[in-house]
Ligand binder design. Structure first.
Ligand SMILES: NC(=O)c1ccc[n+]([C@@H]2O[C@H](COP(=O)([O-])OP(=O)(O)OC[C@H]3O[C@@H](n4cnc5c(N)ncnc54)[C@H](OP(=O)(O)O)[C@@H]3O)[C@@H](O)[C@H]2O)c1
Length: 363
């Protein structure tokens, strides 16, 4: 068996179809090939539904033979979750060759799926396009290995580095704001500081249709999260508290679960910056299974995120405006210099705005 890159790239493309709906599970795509032909495809679209390997096996119309090769971007599971173990289904199908891009970092799998296949005489090749596979599932990997989500901060800034404009509601243009909707849709939760709720009263929802997102499954709104140290926010006043999605209010006072309104008030400790962000991220990963956390911070929160070196991704929309002294600056002086290497992931124009996506690589 000589694994072929273009087949694994196709499996990764299929995996990405689950981007808006699959949380808290990882994105997984699978194809079954023979020679140069793709005989069957599948991807995992929603937690609790068939995994990619099962979908590809169900879609296969030809009888399985020993020349067929299955490509899958994540190691097949070998445990009973919401659905049965994929390793058993592959063994039972009679497939004799499997190419796996990366091992599942989840401690309940981690090599055991590959071992189960090999123990039944199946040829398993591991590692093809590993970096691409790690990239698409970086939130899931972060949650299961480090017990924190992947953290992305987004800000729209003017060219004089202001994040508010007293004369306009928006800094960025319509195209940029639509792009932000896609980032929200990919996120499991969106977090803001209490001042942003007070000043902007944002809805923090995704207003894109299934057609715009290209999804089959119904997408749920991301959870909404706010830092409200002294529980000052009035739930009858702000859009944040509307909607059926889970709302989480981190605070320093008390833990209360309001099941009627789907609001969890979670007490956490404080440090000199405010509520302890590392504890909050840990709770979001462990209790709420958040893979990808998007933060839309004002000046105060962005300063703390940069000072405490907490980011994995930073997305800036730079807008051709000079706002002047009445606008709020994007951040104050950052105390600790980041020990991360910061690289550009991508740059894209949205009419006259520019989106710069930076990634932070921890040393
Ligand atoms: N252009 C953009 O992309 C963009 C995005 C977001 C916001 N904004 C603007 O930013 C402005 C608000 O910015 P802001 O600096 O005043 O406030 P902020 O960053 O939105 O919220 C900061 C508040 O969060 C609470 N908090 C609790 N723990 C914290 C911690 N560990 N670190 C930081 N904050 C913590 C504190 O309030 P409590 O003590 O009351 O809990 C703190 O005052 C708004 O006018 C909004 O329009 C712009």
């Amino acid at each position: 068996m000589k694994p072929k890159i273009h087949f694994m790239e196709r499996a990764i493309e299929l995996a990405k179809k689950g981007m808006f709906t699959v949380t808290p599970n990882p994105m997984v795509g699978c194809i079954i090939t023979q020679g140069e032909k793709i005989l069957s495809e599948g991807y995992h679209s929603k937690a609790g539904t068939d995994h990619a390997e099962i979908v590809a096996l169900k879609n296969l119309t030809k009888k399985v033979n020993s020349k067929m090769v299955m490509y899958v971007n994540l190691e097949p599971c070998c445990h009973q979750g919401k659905t049965g173990p994929c390793s058993n289904a592959i063994i039972d199908s009679g497939i004799k060759n499997v190419v796996v891009s990366m091992l599942d970092p989840n401690p309940v799998v981690k090599g055991k799926g590959v071992k189960a296949l090999r123990s039944k005489g199946i040829n398993v090749d591991v590692g093809l396009c590993k970096n691409k596979s790690k990239y698409i599932n970086k939130g899931f990997i972060s949650r299961v290995t480090k017990k924190i989500p992947n953290i992305l901060m987004k800000q729209a800034i003017s060219i004089d580095f202001k994040i508010t404009d007293p004369k306009n509601k928006w800094i960025s243009n319509k195209e940029s704001r639509k792009d932000v909707q896609f980032i929200r849709a990919k996120s499991c939760a969106i977090l803001v500081g209490s001042n942003t709720i007070i000043k902007d009263n944002p809805k923090l929802t995704v207003r894109l249709s299934k057609k715009e997102l290209g999804t089959v499954e119904k997408r749920r709104n991301p959870m909404k999260v706010v830092l409200d140290t002294n529980l000052d926010l009035d739930i009858n006043k702000y859009n944040f508290f509307d909607g059926r999605e889970k709302k989480i209010v981190f605070n320093s006072m008390s833990t209360i679960y309001d099941t009627d309104k789907n609001i969890d008030y979670i007490k956490v400790k404080k440090n000199k910056s405010g509520l302890k962000l590392d504890s909050i991220f840990n709770i979001l990963a462990e209790k709420y299974e958040i893979n990808n956390l998007m933060i839309e911070p004002g000046r105060k929160l962005s300063t703390i995120l940069l000072s405490e070196n907490l980011l994995n991704d930073l997305v800036l929309y730079v807008c051709p405006k000079i706002i002047g002294k009445y606008g709020l600056s994007a951040s104050s002086s950052v105390n600790n210099l980041s020990s991360s290497v910061i690289k550009i992931d991508s740059i894209k124009k949205f009419s006259n705005d520019v989106r710069i996506h930076y990634k932070f690589l921890r040393k």
